[in-house]
Design a protein around this ligand. Structure first.
Ligand SMILES: Cc1cc2nc3c(=O)[nH]c(=O)nc-3n(C[C@H](O)[C@H](O)[C@H](O)COP(=O)(O)OP(=O)(O)OC[C@H]3O[C@@H](n4cnc5c(N)ncnc54)[C@H](O)[C@@H]3O)c2cc1C
Length: 433
């Protein structure tokens, strides 16, 4: 993303609920001088931080460069919904990738939520994590059939997940606006920025060197080593892991062009009176509905209500989307009519054409992982560990995710038009479903 967009992104988080309720941010000094390490990591979101943590814990000399501060990208801005699984359902994953690799992907993604909650517990991260369960509320008969199939496939694999009838859905959500739902007990929610900051602190304590305000500018290959250049120095490493996801810039190059960054925005109220907050998602679940342009909602710190949905690239369009979300919240929960809407913010979700995340090997020393399609709280954390395994030398065929080459999306410069067309088509289909 170029300079203008990045400046825009900085102001975009100034009214973020997560920033307003963040724990003290550890200081990570800018990188300088000429340094060596085993593994260099570029990007300090869940992917890069999880990779750094697992590498440092395994005794590798690891150095992470983040252009801003850890958690500045999507990881510190998202809805904090811990959603297990991939977009595709388990049978389709196994059909497409075969029973062995497909089975490993299903297990990795299905267990990704529990992986996150276990990690938080083991490291003692203070991020309001709760494995209260994730609900997928159903908005149409067509979606009902799709979600029932999904639930049946996971149940066959022993996952703790079940369909909810209309009455039970209404009781768990606190609104009767949906036809039914699916409850996945492996999911839940957390404070995403505090989770990212906690991962950064844990990686630091494990011995990784983390540097904020250290943008990687250029990559150079020298024999079997790679050299990452910043404005203030150069870092020589045996391996480089590029974890810039939807915030890729000139440094990420072709790797950045394998994903389409799509704006997603959120609005949140000031803390609500107990009488109101206890009537919304009373069991502490989080929810993302089945619309193509989905809405996701939950309660947050101090019982504020948060709703997220599609964003826009322009300032005026973004303001409009904030208002659309406030109105949608009140339509779902009329008791929010008098609430103070204190926060609004957003960021880039990295989408892939296939809807699968990608673990990529560019050459013998450069690897990358990206494209979590809006499910990165769980999957970026889990795939960050797989990336660490790859960097440690685990053979590709033993990794729990397939390795692909770097395949940039053709006609990338047209992406905004393609996104606009896809959004219009999805809105049309949502309206008539
Ligand atoms: C508004 C929103 C809501 C979302 N809601 C959810 C949700 O509820 N549940 C869910 O599972 N997922 C959600 N997601 C997706 C999730 O946040 C992402 O999948 C996840 O955070 C990706 O993590 P990452 O580490 O790969 O990327 P990021 O967190 O984006 O990190 C990339 C980092 O790379 C840095 N960087 C870029 N270029 C350079 C460079 N040259 N040098 C150094 N550093 C660089 C950036 O500054 C950035 O910090 C949401 C995303 C958004 C934007």
């Amino acid at each position: 993303m170029q300079e203008a967009v990045i400046a825009n992104e900085a102001t975009f988080i100034s009214r973020s609920l997560w920033n307003a309720t963040a724990n003290a941010t550890p200081q990570f000094n800018p990188f300088s001088g000429s340094q060596d390490c085993d593994i260099a990591i570029i990007g300090g979101g869940f992917t890069g931080l999880s990779a750094a943590l697992h590498l440092a814990e395994a005794g590798f000399d690891t150095c992470l460069l983040e252009a801003e501060t850890p958690g500045w990208g999507a990881s510190g801005r998202n809805g904090g919904q811990v959603v297990p699984g991939l977009k595709e359902d388990p049978d389709e994953i196994e059909r497409r990738f075969g029973p062995d690799m497909g089975g490993r992907m299903v297990r990795l993604s299905g267990n990704a939520g529990t992986f996150v909650f276990d990690l938080i517990k083991r490291l003692g991260i203070d991020c309001a994590a709760s494995q209260a369960g994730w609900i997928q509320p159903i908005h149409s008969e067509t979606a009902m059939a799709t979600v029932s199939t999904r639930a049946e496939q996971w149940q066959r694999r022993g996952a703790p997940l079940r369909m909810l009838d209309r009455k039970e859905t209404a009781a768990l959500l606190g609104t009767d606006s949906y036809l039914g739902g699916m409850l996945d007990e492996r999911g839940g929610n957390l404070h995403p920025l505090n989770y990212a900051l906690g991962l950064a602190g844990a990686a630091d304590r494990a011995g990784a060197r983390l540097h904020g305000m250290s943008r990687a500018m250029r990559l150079e290959h020298k024999g079997d080593h790679a050299v990452v250049h910043t404005d203030n120095g150069q870092l020589t490493a045996r391996k480089v892991l590029i974890c810039t996801n939807g915030y890729g810039d000139g440094f990420s190059g072709a790797i950045g062009r394998t994903v389409v960054p799509i704006r997603s925005v959120q609005v949140a109220t000031a803390p609500l009176d107990k009488a109101i907050s206890s009537s919304i998602l009373p069991k502490g679940n989080s929810a993302s509905d089945t619309r193509r342009l989905l809405r996701y909602f939950r309660l947050g710190p101090n019982n504020s209500f948060i709703m997220g949905g599609r964003g826009d690239y322009s300032q005026a369009g973004t303001e409009h989307q904030f208002e659309v979300l406030r109105r949608a919240s009140i339509a779902l929960y009329p008791q929010l009519a008098g609430a103070e809407w204190r926060y609004h913010w957003g960021g880039y979700v990295a989408m892939t054409v296939s809807h699968y995340p990608q673990l990529m090997r560019m050459n013998s020393s450069v690897w990358a992982a990206s494209g979590f399609n809006g499910r990165g709280v769980a999957m970026a954390s889990a795939l960050g560990k797989v990336l660490a395994d790859a960097a440690m030398g685990t053979p590709e065929e033993e990794l729990d995710f397939p390795v692909s080459q770097v395949n940039p999306i053709p006609f990338y410069f047209m992406r905004r038009y393609a996104v606009a067309a896809a959004v219009a088509w999805s809105r049309f289909r949502d309206r008539f479903s």
